[in-house]
Write a protein that binds this ligand. Sequence first.
Ligand code: SF4
Ligand code: SF4
Length: 317
Amino acid sequence: MGKVLGKKRLYEFLEKVSKGADLIAPVKTDTLRFGIIKDFNDICLEGRPLFPLKKFFSPAKQDLFRLNLGEKDEPFKEEKIMIKPRVIFGGRLCDFNGLLKLDKLFLSEEFQDDYYKEAREKTLLIGINCDPPPSKYCFCESMDLEKYYDLFFHDMGDKYYIESGSAKGQALIMDLEDYDFLMPNIHCEKKLVRKELAQHYEDPAWEQENEKCLSCGKCTSHCTTCLCFDMLDEMQANLKNGKRSKEWDSCQFENFTLVAGGLVFRKERLPRFKHRIYHKLQYFREKFGMDMCTGCGRCIEACPRLIDFTEVINKFK
Ligand code: SF4
Ligand code: SF4
């Protein structure tokens, strides 16, 4: 049993739940993208933003610490970034499942990312159901997504049906009217036929799709779950001051596997393409028991050559 909220009361509801926090939702600018909302009328729930949510949890470029070797007491000064509480409204199930995958890595006991942890703890997730799928590239129905949110809305014309997925979410809708409804499942025309990838490494279908690739990295920068980064050290000419920063990287770049001595492990584009997909659908599953893909279709839609790994896999015999 969920709750119901009249559409006329949406802004009032958002105002209440985002008091003292930044409200992040899809807005139409040059394209549809997640942004901080200044005016509720800017919220646009038609379509899903091509850029994912990950920048709010792991920025594209982030300074980690400054180096000042002239200062005996504090030669390393950590760059502490203040994170305001945030409410994300209008994310899709694929967006929030993307965070679930990032949690596995950045909140692992082994390697916890403090910035990511604080950002996650300060964020409330309010999603909206896709009915119908917002893009022809979506294939999330093939990807076993989980109900991962604090609240989840379903558009019913003049009202929203709301389900809670956490105690925090439940507390926010306690005062709303009860409503009995079965949230419909999404049906995507596009499918990924699941195969045992290990048996298909040499399949010629990989090459046919890969030969169009430009190694531009848009597939990974737009991916809901791609999380690889590089560490950069910059020193000033005095060799005393400098900084270390973290920056998104892409396994589709030739220098991604460059190591000391100039050796590049994946020099050709084909093994780089295969690595991206094996990481998504095999290596991550071996480590965390789930795919590292949510079926959001962003990597296909953003690619200048519309390279589609689902078509490669679906062709395997
Ligand atoms: S976006 Fe397309 S062209 Fe660019 S690296 Fe990815 S697959 Fe290749
Ligand atoms: S690999 Fe493609 S479909 Fe899968 S999560 Fe990344 S962008 Fe979405």
